[in-house]
Design a protein around this ligand. Structure first.
Ligand SMILES: [Zn+2]
Length: 446
C-alpha cells in the first residue's frame, strides 16, 4: 500500500512527526508542530460539513479518517507526491491524491523566522480547505466527470467560505478580484465556451483558480439551479461535456453568449479595495493587517482608490524586532505608457521605517532600463525611536510638493519635492523581503 511507502520514505524524519485526530480527519505534521497540526485539523474539520452540504451529500461518519500530511520542506512534499500519486506537481503546493490523501506544502517561500512567528498563513489554510473540499467532492456520484472549472472553482469557493470572518472573506474576495480584473485589463479573459471547456492554457495556475473560483461564485449567485444540476450529475460514463450540458441546459450559442455577458458584468461589479502584490496580506482578528514578505521579495499591496495631490495617510505600524526588515508607506504610484504603447515608466515614493530611523525613498522603473527593474534612491532621512513589538501611530501628509511624516505624534521627517514631482496616485504599504509588518487602522484622508 502506498501509504506504507510514505511511512518508509519519511522514516528518517519520523521522530519529528506529530499526528492529531479529529472526527473526520487526521493530520500528520512532518515537522513536529502540534500547534500547526491542530490548526490544520480545525480547518479540515470546519471545511468538511460545508463541502458535504455543497455537493448535496448525506453526512456520514467515515469508516476511516481521511489523512492530511503537512510538509515544511519542498523536497519532502515533492517526494510524497511522487510516492503517493506517482507524479510530480512542480506548480502545486497542495494535492489530493487519487486515493484521497491530502498533501500540503505549508509556508512556501517564507523564511523559518517569519513562518515560525505566524504559524499557518491564510494561503496555507486556504490550501488545506481547498484540498479537503476535493476529498468531500470525491463522494459525489459524478465527481470524476466534473470539468476543471467546476472541480477547482468549487474548492476555491468553499475554501473562501470557511476561512475566518467577514474581513478574511473580504480579503479573499479582494485577492480574487485583483487577479481576475488584471485578466480583464490584459484582455486575457477567456470566453464562456473556452472557460467551460477549461481551455485557458495561457493562464497560470493562480490565475486559473481565481477565474474558476469567481465563475463558481457567479454561478452560485446568478445561476444557482444550473450549478446544482452540474454538481449533482450522475450516471454511468459521464463526460465533462455532459456535465457542462447539464449546467447550460441548452446547446444554443445564444445561451453561451448570454452567460459570457453576465459573467463579464459580474466581474466588473467586483471592485477590490486592495490590489495585492507579492507576499501575504492577512486580516488580523483586531481588524488590522499582517504583512508577511517572502524570503526574497518585498511584500506590497496598493489601495485600489487613487488619491489626488493633497492627502494624509494614517494608521499604526509595528515591526517584530531590532534590525528587522523595514516596513514602508508607499504613495504617489504612477504607471505611464508611451504613445506607441511600447514602453512604460513606473514610479512611486516610500517612507521606510525600521529601528535605525526613517527614510524617504524614490522608486523608479523604466521598461527600457534593465528590463524594467525597480531602482531605489534614498532622498531624505530622519530619526525615529521605533520600539519593536509596539504599535506606533503614523501620519504621512502630502500637500502637493511637500511631505511631513509624524510617528507617535512627533515630527520625524519633512521634505520639499522638486516642482513637478508626482505625488498623486495610488498609495499602499510594503514590508521588505524576509520581514513581518503589522498594520492597523490604515486610512486615507483627502
Ligand atoms: Zn484543486
Amino acid at each position: 500500500m502506498r501509504t506504507a511507502l510514505l511511512a518508509v520514505l519519511l522514516a528518517a524524519t519520523a521522530l519529528a512527526d506529530v499526528t492529531v485526530r479529529g472526527k473526520t480527519f487526521q493530520v500528520t505534521c512532518h515537522f513536529n508542530s502540534k500547534r500547526i497540526a491542530r490548526e490544520a485539523l480545525e480547518v479540515a474539520e470546519t471545511t468538511w460539513p460545508a463541502a458535504i452540504d455543497y455537493y448535496g451529500l448525506t453526512p456520514r461518519k467515515p469508516r476511516e479518517r481521511h489523512t492530511v500530511h503537512l510538509f515544511r520542506r519542498r523536497e519532502e512534499f515533492d517526494a510524497a507526491c511522487l510516492t503517493l500519486d506517482g507524479k510530480r506537481w512542480p506548480h502545486a503546493a497542495g494535492l489530493t491524491t487519487s486515493d484521497g490523501v491530502v498533501l500540503v506544502h505549508v509556508g512556501e517561500n517564507l523564511t523559518s523566522a517569519v513562518f515560525g512567528r505566524h504559524v499557518l498563513t491564510r494561503r496555507d489554510r486556504h490550501l488545506i480547505a481547498h484540498e479537503t473540499t476535493h476529498v468531500a467532492g470525491r463522494h459525489a456520484p459524478g465527481f470524476a466527470a466534473h470539468p476543471e472549472w467546476l472541480r477547482e472553482g468549487s474548492a476555491e469557493w468553499i475554501a473562501d467560505r470557511v476561512l475566518g470572518g467577514d474581513d478574511a472573506r473580504q480579503a479573499l474576495a479582494d485577492a480574487r478580484a485583483s487577479t481576475v480584473q488584471d485578466l480583464v485589463r490584459r484582455n486575457a479573459l477567456p470566453d464562456a465556451k473556452a472557460l467551460l471547456a477549461s481551455q485557458v492554457g495561457s493562464l497560470d495556475t493562480h490565475e486559473r483558480y481565481a477565474l474558476f473560483g469567481a465563475f463558481v461564485d457567479f454561478a452560485k449567485n446568478e445561476r444557482p439551479e444550473s450549478l446544482r444540476r452540474a454538481l449533482r450529475a450522475k450516471g454511468p460514463k459521464l463526460s465533462n461535456a455532459q456535465v457542462n450540458g447539464l449546467f447550460l441546459a441548452s446547446q444554443d450559442e445564444d445561451v453561451l453568449d448570454e452567460l459570457g455577458d453576465d459573467f463579464g458584468a459580474y466581474l466588473a461589479s467586483q471592485q477590490p479595495s486592495w490590489h495585492l502584490g507579492p507576499g501575504h496580506f492577512e486580516p488580523r482578528e483586531d481588524g488590522g493587517w499582517l504583512q508577511l514578505a517572502l524570503a526574497e521579495e518585498r511584500a506590497i499591496v496598493w489601495r485600489a482608490r487613487e488619491v489626488s495631490h493633497a492627502y494624509t495617510l494614517t494608521g499604526g505600524l509595528q515591526i517584530p524586532g531590532r534590525g528587522e526588515p523595514a516596513v514602508r508607506v508607499l504613495f504617489g504610484h504612477s504607471l505611464h505608457w508611451d504613445d506607441a504603447g511600447v514602453h512604460w515608466r513606473e514610479a512611486y515614493h516610500s517612507v521606510a521605517f525600521d529601528t535605525s530611523g526613517v527614510r524617504l525613498v524614490r522608486h523608479v522603473a523604466h521598461s527600457r532600463d534593465e528590463g524594467g527593474k525597480m531602482r531605489e534612491v534614498e532622498i531624505g532621512r530622519g530619526v525615529t525611536e521605533l520600539e519593536p513589538g509596539k504599535d506606533h501611530p503614523f501620519e504621512v501628509m502630502v500637500a502637493h510638493d511637500s511631505l511631513a511624516v509624524t510617528l507617535d505624534g512627533e515630527s520625524v521627517l519633512q521634505w520639499r519635492f522638486e516642482p513637478g514631482s508626482a505625488t498623486a496616485g495610488h498609495w499602499g504599504v510594503a514590508t521588505d523581503a524576509g520581514g513581518v509588518g503589522r498594520w492597523s487602522e490604515l486610512r486615507e484622508h483627502d
